[in-house]
Design a binder for this molecule. Structure first.
Ligand SMILES: Nc1ncnc2c1ncn2[C@@H]1O[C@H](COP(=O)(O)OP(=O)(O)OP(=O)(O)O)[C@@H](O)[C@H]1O
Ligand code: SF4
Ligand SMILES: [Mg+2]
Length: 325
């Protein structure tokens, strides 16, 4: 096993939300349990994918790991130091080492800045040496070639793919060790996705950047990530080597996700269509939180929450994992 760079231990983020009239009468607070006790490790130079349906808590997890969000409880470790209780000064020193790439390349770039200004800005803010050469080097690594052609352009003069490349160059210019890429290709044309994922891979291989790759697309995860964690309603339900998890998923939720991806699930298994929507993180079902949608549920499932346990080299949270196919 490689050296661990980022680690979450029993990490929770519960957002307090407006109380319903019943909450007010009962004088109770109401919470959205966006992240509800997860353990996750990301090694140096590793790409870990975090997958799951909308609302499962992926973005909140990513923001917590780089301390853009303060956890309700649990621990976050970065490069051997606990950072969830870091002082503002300590956090400022850490910021350049952890970056985020967002889904929306339109929203993440300032429309008033040229490409050069956008990519250079983090260097200036962090009082680092900056030069046109350095900016051009990053743009070229992000696939904007020849880079000098792009320096004076504004976001509106770029295509969606080019904007995302600029956003990536901007995130990488400080040579961070850890990057959270939150659905980095989901707003791009399908034809562009592999190329942009290739750019992330380049940064991983050449600069040794570790990534948490957040995606709801298993094909994206399988292209890039060595390991995969599957999240459901604030919990990780299965985690392991991407190859193992996607070729023989153990958790019924992962099985359902895999069965509807043509290239991965092709012919091998029947489509497993889940009933209903993911429940609200405000009202998490008892026992196994997946039980209202699980085709294999038994009586115990609504009562007892399954622990994440090791099985065939993978971690899985299901009472009957290994017995289901
Ligand atoms: N600042 C906030 N205040 C209150 N609730 C929040 C906040 N941020 C997220 N949530 C809630 O937490 C839950 C998890 O949200 P999150 O954005 O982490 O999910 P996600 O897996 O990234 O979803 P998506 O795939 O749609 O991006 C959702 O129910 C969401 O509404
Ligand atoms: S514990 Fe029960 S309800 Fe939960 S996934 Fe396993 S079989 Fe389904
Ligand atoms: Mg999200």
């Amino acid at each position: 096993m490689g050296e661990v760079l980022v680690e979450a231990k029993d990490l929770k983020k519960h957002f307090e939300v407006r109380r319903s009239p019943l909450d007010v009468i009962l004088r109770r607070k109401s919470y959205i349990k966006a992240v509800d006790g997860i353990d996750l490790k990301i090694e140096k130079k590793q790409i870990v994918a975090l997958v799951g349906e909308s609302g499962s808590g992926k973005t909140t997890t990513g923001r917590l790991l780089i301390m853009l969000e303060k956890p309700t409880s649990g621990e976050i470790w970065f490069d051997g130091k606990r950072i969830d209780s870091a002082s503002p000064k300590e956090l400022r020193a850490l910021r350049p080492r952890m970056q985020m790439i967002y889904q929306d390349p339109y929203g993440s770039l300032n429309p008033k800045l040229t490409v050069y200004q956008s990519v250079c800005e983090p260097l200036i803010v962090n009082k680092r040496e900056h030069s046109k050469e350095l900016v051009m080097e990053m743009l070229a690594l992000a696939g904007l070639r020849p880079p000098e052609r792009f320096l004076e352009r504004y976001p509106y003069q770029l295509s969606g793919g080019q904007r995302q490349r600029v956003a990536i160059a901007r995130a990488m210019i400080l040579k961070p060790e850890f990057v959270v890429a939150d659905e980095p290709v989901s707003m791009l044309d399908v034809s562009l996705r592999a190329e942009i994922l290739g750019v992330l891979r380049q940064f991983n291989e050449r600069l040794g950047v570790s990534f948490l790759l957040i995606t709801h697309d298993l094909a994206v995860a399988s292209q890039l990530a060595e390991r995969i964690a599957v999240m459901y309603l604030g919990k990780i339900v299965e985690e392991g080597a991407t190859r193992d998890v996607l070729s023989s998923p153990l958790h019924p939720y992962t099985q359902a996700l895999v069965s509807v991806v043509p290239r991965i699930g092709e012919e091998k298994r029947k489509k497993l269509i889940l009933q209903g929507e993911i429940p609200s993180a405000r009202n998490i079902p008892s026992g196994c939180r997946f039980h209202p949608r699980c085709p294999y549920k038994k009586e115990v499932c609504a009562r007892v929450e399954p622990e994440l346990r090791r099985l065939n080299g993978v971690k899985v949270a299901c009472h009957f994992a290994g017995e289901l196919s």
